[in-house]
Design a protein around this ligand. Sequence first.
Ligand code: CA
Length: 227
Amino acid sequence: MAKILLVEDEPQMQRGVKDNLEFEGYEVDVANDGKAGLKKLLDNSYDLVLLDVMLPQMSGFDVCKKVREKSITTPIIMLTAKGEEIDKVLGLELGADDYITKPFGLRELLARVKAVLRRSEGATGGSAQKMVLGSLEIDFATYNASRSGESVQMTPKEFEILKFLWQQRNKAVSRDQLLTNVWGYDESISTRTVDNFILKLRQKIEDDPAHPKHIITLHGLGYKLIP
Ligand code: CA
């Protein structure tokens, strides 16, 4: 299910939108101000962002601008206050995909969210989940991997490991986290298996597998994926 980041400083609004989206089955992460929202967007992978305009620390416009400057293409819906016509125009010019005027009804919000998610899925052929690591390109929706245009053969498990590392990119990921999220609670799998998979993955994605630049070992901790 799609993962949504909600950047909203009004507690009541934040709770209402979060609860309703979760009730619809979406995974919702929240940030209370512009700076925190920007950080979450840079550190994580989301399918959609609901971004309030009037925020402490950094306005929604500035967050939107910064995100697009970093070539992050996650769809953004701006939440603008009533009567702020100029906000809509400015937001769209800065790279937002849509806007909703407060106060809005739940049905309108859900319709916009669904429409924007559908559009972005159409644009990327099934999912907004695409990863680019140097010359390597991976589409997690179609399970296609290519390097400089040449197809790379990977197993479904290897895709899943990469996808999880990509979602957690620039952060330490423990072997246990990988085990739980990729293999589930299969007790016959040990952390040694994780290491073996990582070794194989490096052969496929690193220019120099002996000196990895993308999947880094953190001694005593686990791994970290660096784009
Ligand atoms: Ca606000």
